[in-house]
Design a binder for this molecule. Structure first.
Ligand SMILES: [Fe+2]
Length: 687
């Protein structure tokens, strides 16, 4: 049992006394540190690895490892363990410190009325154990200890794999995720879908690349804990996550100084430990795995122009690459029309105009990014640096890249300038989705949650987009052999631009930092168009929500809440329609089994109460009754669902519908067309 939740029940003065008592007790006994985070694997090379974990309270740290989970015959050298502590730890002046909020940030935060201190929790001890002298491409099992007490391990899921030797071709499977760190349902499903996919295909992950925004909303230590480490724990304990910093982590971490919770969380090869030119900073770095060279950049808060240190390092690194395949990743996509627009936003434009030319000169094969909450995957392209982006003259192969379809994209063996890049925007890892337009260089545009599994086998790079339900939604391959003559497609294929597919606002719920009950929830929206929060109790049958104002919104506001598990529930919602606008709003019920979406819509303009079903294809109006709805007055909506019968009420209207499909568990949310203002009342999700 962890100390913290127990102590949380006591009043602060008593808590301090008890804490002091526990600390005293702790110093008297070995094995007093409580596991707080991890263990997880970092900075693997072909002969070393770093195991990271944290305890609340000091421990006598050690890592034992060996060829089997029950044969941990070796131990990491004690002098190879770096210990870092929270600033409150007394008598630890010599130890490096974990993040504490700088005074100027505190002043700004308090000015904004945010009362939660993002500093590392008190009495935190972080251990980073470097294990060296390992054999390449070998799997070891491990456990972490406090003195003689095992904190974690003793299970076949606690293992690490050293990298294959640099040079010879090595097969590998890489999981690519972006913009995932909400702690919400979609993020968890995306993770589970990947786990199911690796089991089904009988090929475990070798590496994990996160393209940023892993800890909404401010990349605080607590948000890292809850929205990253706790969600991905099963993966992180045996797979290195190679990170790139997102703008949300940038709220508390700084690329210039390498300071903040993001830099506390990761140990990356800043000194060229894994191959490539030493960057001297954890903000950007390079490493080799077998025949593949990886480059990670910081697109958020560093100079992206040719005069900058990052650019000059990138140039130096590209000049010495001897790999067969080159993959680069960072947060801000050079090409996107998802929840962000690369024709209009500075960081995205600069990555395209300054960074892409030298990467393509260096022969880059695949660029992985996030930030834009959508999946977008390009055709084979080169030289698209002007703004705005058009497809003219920059597409080398306008096929779908699918071996079962138009065939893979072909490039010459080895790295050669300007033979084509595939751009992958994987910002669909969990946060609310959005699409503002159609980027003409894209071959696939999918507005759904998911992630990308990248398999590298010899000269083949295969990307598979797995959605949150586990379905394969896109598959492309780059094949590098022989000598390929580059030709540009005169009139390339173009993705369909359907204004009906666009969604300016889409909002998910994310649990806020306060882990105590009642938990505060917070809406995450990168667009900052609608910002609000509401308090609730976790798992409580009744949830009170605040308000969403879409009276001035330009597009529908859509939100999906946590799932309900019962076939029977009641929901109440109040809608206020402003004087202008279309004025339609209501509740959304999404059923997991059938994937059907029901929208109980109050339409003040048409004086109707409607039940609309979305089941793929055109929405279908199941029932429509006349209702007495008034602008400027609160409209109460009530719905009851019981074993497939849907009964709803609004002023002057009653609607009953029985669906042929058996309805059970699903998700509850709402949709507001521009012009409405919504206030959710209490709703019961369990009978
Ligand atoms: Fe972002």
């Amino acid at each position: 049992m962890s100390l913290r939740p127990v102590l949380a029940n006591f009043h602060p003065p008593l808590r301090m006394l008890l804490l002091a008592a526990f600390v005293l007790l702790g110093s008297a006994l070995a094995g007093a540190g409580t596991l707080q985070r991890g263990p997880y694997i970092q900075q693997a090379t072909s002969d070393s690895v770093v195991v990271v974990w944290r305890t609340t309270g000091p421990a006598q740290p050690s890592v034992r490892f060996g060829a089997a989970a029950d044969a941990l015959t070796q131990e990491a050298a004690a002098e190879q363990i770096v210990t870092r502590v929270s600033v409150d730890v007394a008598g630890a002046d010599a130890l490096p410190k974990l993040y504490a909020e700088p005074a100027e940030d505190r002043a700004e935060r308090e000015k904004d009325g945010k009362d939660r201190d993002p500093s590392t929790p008190a009495d935190t001890w972080q251990y980073e154990a470097r294990i060296t002298g390992l054999s390449p491409a070998t799997q070891y099992y491990y456990a972490v200890f406090d003195g003689g007490t095992m904190l974690a391990g003793n299970h076949e899921s606690y293992y690490f794999k050293t990298l294959p030797p640099v040079g010879p071709a090595a097969p590998m499977r890489i999981w690519v995720v972006g913009d995932s760190g909400t702690g919400g349902v979609a993020q968890k499903r995306v993770h589970t879908a990947m786990q199911d996919f690796t089991k089904k295909t009988k090929r475990p992950l070798d590496q994990y690349i996160h393209v940023g925004d892993m800890a909404y909303g401010d990349g605080t230590d607590f948000q890292f804990q809850r929205n990253f480490f706790e969600i991905y724990d099963e993966t992180l304990r045996n797979t290195v996550c190679w990170p790139s910093m997102g703008n949300h982590e940038g709220h508390t971490s700084r690329g210039q100084t390498g300071f903040g919770p993001y830099y506390d969380a990761y140990v990356v090869p800043a000194k060229g430990e894994g191959g490539g030119v030493a960057s001297g900073t954890e903000a950007y770095y390079a490493f080799d795995i077998g025949h593949v060279h990886f480059i990670c950049l910081d697109s958020h808060d560093l100079d992206r122009t040719p005069g900058g240190a990052m650019y000059r390092w990138l140039q130096a690194d590209l000049e010495q690459v001897k790999a067969e395949i080159l993959i680069a990743f960072w947060h801000h996509p050079p090409y996107t029309k998802g929840s962000h627009d690369s024709d209009r936003e500075g960081q995205l434009i600069e990555m395209r105009e300054h960074i892409m030319p030298i990467l393509e000169e260096g022969g880059v094969d695949v660029v992985l990014t996030g930030h834009s909450h959508i999946y977008e995957r390009s055709m084979l392209m080169d030289g698209a640096y002007v703004t705005p982006t058009t497809a003219e003259g920059v597409i080398l192969d306008d096929g779908d890249g699918n071996p079962e379809g138009d065939g893979p994209y072909r490039k010459s063996a080895g790295l050669h300038p300007h033979e084509g890049t595939v751009q992958v925007v994987a910002g669909h890892g969990g946060a609310s989705l959005g699409r503002q337009g159609t980027m003409p260089v894209m071959r696939e545009i999918i507005l759904d949650h998911g992630s990308v599994v990248l398999d590298i086998d010899g000269a083949q790079i295969t990307g598979t987009m797995i959605d949150k339900e586990g379905a394969t939604r896109d598959l492309f391959r780059v094949e590098k052999s022989g000598t390929v003559t580059v030709e540009r497609v005169a009139q390339p294929w173009q993705p369909v631009h359907d204004p009906g597919l666009l969604s300016e606002f889409s909002i998910d719920f994310a649990k806020d930092e306060d882990g105590d009950s009642p938990v505060a929830f917070e809406l995450e929206s990168e667009l900052d168009a609608v910002a609000w929060s509401y308090p609730s109790a976790p798992n409580a049958p009744k949830v009170k929500l605040a308000q969403v104002d879409a009276t001035k919104a330009a597009a529908p506001v859509v939100a999906v809440y946590e799932p309900f598990k019962s076939a029977a529930f009641e929901a109440k919602m109040n809608v206020y329609f402003g004087e202008n606008g279309a004025g339609q709003a209501g509740m959304l019920l999404c059923y997991q089994d059938t994937k059907h979406f029901y929208y109980l819509q109050a339409d003040v303009a048409g004086q109707k109460l409607r039940l609309i079903k979305y089941a793929g294809g055109e929405p279908q109006v199941l029932r429509e009754v006349t209702a007495e709805l008034k602008r400027g007055e609160r409209v109460a909506l009530e719905a009851r669902m019981d074993q497939g019968t849907f009964a709803a009420q609004a002023p002057g209207a009653a609607l009953v519908y029985k669906d042929e499909a058996p309805l059970s568990a699903g998700e509850f949310g709402f949709r507001i067309e521009p012009g409405a203002h919504l206030q959710l009342g209490a709703f019961d999700i369990e009978k």
